[in-house]
Design a protein around this ligand. Structure first.
Ligand SMILES: Nc1ncnc2c1ncn2[C@@H]1O[C@H](COP(=O)(O)OP(=O)(O)O)[C@@H](O)[C@H]1O
Ligand SMILES: [Mg+2]
Length: 256
């Protein structure tokens, strides 16, 4: 059955170490509790969200890319089947909660624009079968555009409370707008690891100076550190832990 392209593509971006993967995993927890069809894409080449959710990848787009690049037989096989069906075989399906696609990485060198385009087309048409697609990325927004999907609907720009973190966000916002091929993009600044109302006040002020509005703050939460430390899935975080409570309230405010 052909599905209409109704899905909303949501990306969590920001500089390294600010909590993108942790916040993405918490979003998976909240969004999967809300119902609706959810596709989760781990677009970090070193595979991180997959582990934060307590999963191991069945296959990755990176491995598959290597396989088709190295074999004419595989290339021919690809042309005979819908790309979406091939990609589905690499995905993990958590019954009734979410489906997970792990991008992984590919070492193959050279120009494989055709292969990349085909994979990206497959991923993008897959996104159309879900209400929400959530993408956690390691590298810049342009990497998402190059490797995963052509456009983004909502971008969460995550930062810690540092001024340099906030400054990075203006660059990321501009890149995202540039990469979005003229399509509208909603940019939401989210401040993570906030420790006091005074800190919150000061980040809101510096965001305003940079012409950005903070959609919400997520507190420093020891439970996240402990779960990450012991390798426990962040999906098991208690519903009432402060970070989950704050994020749920923020997502509800923007009807996600
Ligand atoms: N709100 C939070 N409270 C406490 N620790 C956090 C919080 N968010 C993230 N962390 C910790 O920060 C570190 C980096 O988080 P991670 O999600 O891997 O960042 P990124 O994906 O941006 O590189 C992890 O050790 C994680 O446990
Ligand atoms: Mg990460």
């Amino acid at each position: 059955m052909e599905c209409t392209e109704i899905g909303e593509i949501v990306v969590v971006g920001g500089k390294g170490g600010v909590g993108k993967t942790s916040v993405s995993a918490m979003m998976v927890k909240i969004l999967s509790q809300n119902g609706g069809r959810l596709l989760v894409i781990d677009a970090d080449p070193v595979i991180s969200l997959t582990h934060a959710l307590g999963e191991r990848p069945k296959g990755t787009i990176g491995d598959y890319r290597e396989k088709i690049i190295g074999s004419d037989e595989e290339k021919r096989a690809v042309l005979k089947r819908p790309m979406k069906a091939i990609i589905r075989e690499m995905m993990i399906s958590i019954e009734g909660r979410y489906d997970l696609l792990t991008m992984g990485r590919s070492e193959a060198k050279g120009c494989f624009c055709g292969t990349n385009e085909m994979l990206r087309y497959g991923i993008e048409s897959l996104c159309g079968e879900y209400d929400t697609t959530l993408i956690d990325c390691e590298a810049g927004i342009e990497q998402v555009n190059r490797r995963v999907v052509h456009h983004i609907d909502k971008l969460f720009l995550l930062t810690d409370t540092s001024r340099t973190g906030m400054m990075t966000l203006t660059q990321l916002r501009d890149i995202a707008v540039q990469c979005n091929e003229g399509k509208p993009i909603a940019v939401h600044v989210l401040v993570n690891r906030v420790r006091s109302p005074a800190e919150e006040e000061s980040v809101r002020r510096s965001a305003a100076e940079m012409d950005m509005t903070v959609i919400g703050c997520i507190p420093e939460d020891n439970a996240i550190r402990e779960y990450n430390h012991s390798g426990k899935s962040l999906l098991c975080l208690p519903d009432d832990t402060p970070a989950i409570r704050a994020l749920r309230e923020i997502l509800a405010r923007i009807s996600l």
